[in-house]
Design a binder for this molecule. Structure first.
Ligand SMILES: *Cc1c(COP(=O)(O)O)cnc(C)c1O
Length: 463
C-alpha cells in the first residue's frame, strides 16, 4: 500500500518538504513537525509514537459512527469491484445514487424531498448560491439575488462558500467576499449580549435580519443562510427566541431559508437534523460531514419540492461536478445511514450518552476558568473567562488562552479544538459512558494545567 515503516522524524520532514496544510501557518509547522496519525478505531486515534488519543472532535465534526467500522470497509471494497465510477450527467444514473437520494428524501424533514449531490460541504453551499439565484430568476425576479448570512458563520472554503461565511480572516485573503452577500451579527449571547437577557438578545439579533432586508429591499433578497447551531464559529447555541423569529421573518418576507446542517445533520443534536431540534423549516438544506461519517467525501443540497420544481421547469441547470453522487461515496453514505438507523445511534444520543455527557459537561462550569459550558446533543463548547461575573474576554490577544488549552489537551492525549478562547467538542456519537468518563477526566486535567499556566504567566486578566 505504502511504506508503513518510516520513523516519525522522517515522515515529518517529508511532510514539511511537500505538503501545505489547510488552515495552518506552514512555516510554524515546519519547525514543530506535524503529529502523525496512523490509525483509528471507535473514538480512539493512534499516532506514530503509539499514543492512544481520545478524539472528542470526531475527526473534523464528521465521524458520527466512529472510526474503522469493518462494515464500511466491506461496502467500499464491494462497490469498487461493482462500479468504481460513473457520472450522473447526460441522462444516466447508478444504483447507489438512486438509493441515497431516496433515503435522504425519506429522512429529511418537511418538503425536502429532492437531492443534488456535491463533493463536500463547500461545494454544496456553492450549489445553493446558484440554486437560490436561479430559482428567483426562473420566477421572473432575477434582481432577487442577495444572500444574507452571519458574521462568524462557517459555510466552507471555496470562493462562494467562504463568502457566505463570516470569517474575517478568510475574507482578508484572495479578494472575498464575492458580490451580493450581506452579513449580520451572530447570536453569541455570552460574549456579546451585554445587559440583555438571552431572550431579549435572541430577538434583537434575529431582527437584524429584518433590518437588513428593509435596507436593501425585499425584492433584492434571495435567501438567508445559517447553521442551526454555529460549529466552527465556536459552537454558539442561540437563545431560544432566535430561530422562531428568524423563521417568522423568512416566512413573511418571501425569502428562502437555507439551513447549513453540515455539522448539525445526522444525529449530532439528538435528532436526525438540527432543524428538528431547533424548530426550523428550511427550503434548502446543506449536508456533508456526517452524511458519510467522513469515510468518503460527499455532500448534498436537499431542496424542497417547490424549489426543485422551479429549477427543473426552467430548462437545463448548467451546474454539476464530476463527482456528484460518486458511487463509492454514495455507497458509503448509504451504509453509514444504515448503521445510524439500525443501531439507533440517535436514540443513544437522546437517552444514553447524550444526557450523560451533558451532565458532566455542564458541571465544568464549576471550574475557575469556565464561564459557560453549553451543549446540545453531542456538540458543546466552553467559554473560558478571567472574570465569570462580567462574562469578560481575556486581555491577551483572542485565541491565546484557547491555544494554550488545546496544547494541554494534546499533551494529555485528548483532541479538543479551540475557537478563539472557547474550547469546542463534537465526539463520535457512539461514544460510551466509560469513554465519556475518560474524556472528562482529561478535559479537567487540561483545564487545570491551563489555569495554572495562565496564573503563572499573569494572563488571568480581563480585557
Ligand atoms: C465543514 C463545514 C462546511 C464545509 O464543508 P467541507 O466539506 O469542508 O467543504 C460547510 N458548512 C459547515 C456548517 C461546516 O461545518
Amino acid at each position: 500500500m505504502y511504506d508503513t515503516n518510516l520513523p516519525t522524524a522522517e515522515l515529518q520532514a517529508l511532510d514539511a518538504a511537500h505538503h501545505l496544510h489547510p488552515f495552518t501557518d506552514g512555516s510554524g509547522l515546519i519547525h514543530k513537525g506535524a503529529r502523525v496519525i496512523t490509525g483509528a478505531e471507535g473514538v480512539w486515534l493512534t499516532d506514530s509514537e503509539n499514543n492512544r488519543i481520545l478524539d472528542a472532535m470526531a475527526g473534523l465534526w464528521c465521524v458520527n459512527i466512529g472510526f474503522g467500522r469493518p462494515e464500511m470497509a466491506e461496502v467500499a471494497a464491494a462497490q469498487v469491484r461493482q462500479l468504481s465510477f460513473y457520472n450522473t450527467f447526460f441522462q444516466t444514473t447508478h444504483v447507489p445514487a438512486v438509493h441515497l437520494a431516496a433515503k435522504l428524501a425519506e429522512l429529511a424533514p418537511g418538503e425536502l424531498n429532492q437531492v443534488f449531490f456535491n463533493g463536500s460541504g463547500s461545494d454544496s453551499n456553492d450549489t445553493n448560491i446558484r440554486v437560490v439565484r436561479h430559482y428567483w430568476a426562473a420566477k421572473g425576479k432575477p434582481e432577487k439575488d442577495i444572500i444574507i448570512s452571519r458574521w462568524n458563520g462557517y459555510h466552507g472554503s471555496t470562493m462562494g462558500s467562504a463568502s457566505l461565511g463570516g470569517m474575517k480572516g478568510m475574507h482578508s485573503q484572495g479578494g472575498l467576499p464575492i458580490p451580493g452577500i450581506l452579513h449580520i451579527e451572530q447570536p453569541d449571547w455570552y460574549f456579546e449580549g451585554g445587559d440583555m437577557t438571552p431572550e431579549e438578545f435572541g430577538l434583537a439579533r434575529a431582527r437584524l435580519l429584518e433590518r437588513a432586508i428593509d435596507k436593501v429591499g425585499e425584492g433584492r433578497v434571495a435567501a438567508f443562510i445559517a447553521e442551526p447551531i454555529q460549529g466552527a464559529g465556536g459552537v454558539i447555541i442561540p437563545p431560544e427566541t432566535y430561530w422562531p423569529e428568524i423563521q417568522r421573518i423568512c416566512d413573511e418576507r418571501e425569502i428562502l431559508l437555507i439551513a447549513d446542517e453540515v455539522i448539525t445533520g445526522f444525529g449530532r443534536t439528538g435528532n436526525w437534523f438540527g432543524s428538528q431540534t431547533l424548530g426550523i423549516r428550511p427550503d434548502v438544506m446543506t449536508v456533508a460531514k456526517g452524511l458519510s461519517s467522513g469515510y468518503a467525501p460527499i455532500g448534498a443540497s436537499l431542496l424542497s419540492d417547490e424549489v426543485a420544481q422551479v429549477i427543473n421547469d426552467a430548462g437545463e441547470f448548467n451546474h454539476g461536478y464530476t463527482y456528484s453522487a460518486h458511487p463509492l461515496c454514495a455507497a458509503l453514505a448509504l451504509e453509514n445511514l444504515r448503521i445510524l438507523q439500525d443501531e439507533d445511534v440517535i436514540g443513544h444520543v437522546q437517552t444514553v450518552a447524550g444526557p450523560y455527557l451533558q451532565e458532566k459537561w455542564k458541571a465544568l462550569e464549576d471550574h475557575p476558568l469556565v464561564g459557560d459550558a453549553s451543549i446540545v446533543g453531542m456538540m458543546g463548547s466552553i467559554a473560558m473567562t478571567p472574570d465569570k461575573a462580567a462574562r469578560a474576554r481575556f486581555a491577551s490577544e483572542e485565541g491565546t488562552v484557547g491555544l494554550i488549552c488545546r496544547e494541554r489537551c494534546f499533551a494529555n492525549n485528548l483532541v479538543m479544538r479551540h475557537v478563539g478562547d472557547r474550547m469546542v467538542i463534537a465526539p463520535p456519537l457512539v461514544i460510551s459512558e466509560d469513554e465519556i468518563d475518560i474524556f472528562i477526566d482529561r478535559a479537567v486535567q487540561s483545564l487545570d494545567e491551563t489555569h495554572a499556566r495562565l496564573k503563572a504567566d499573569g494572563l488571568m486578566v480581563a480585557a
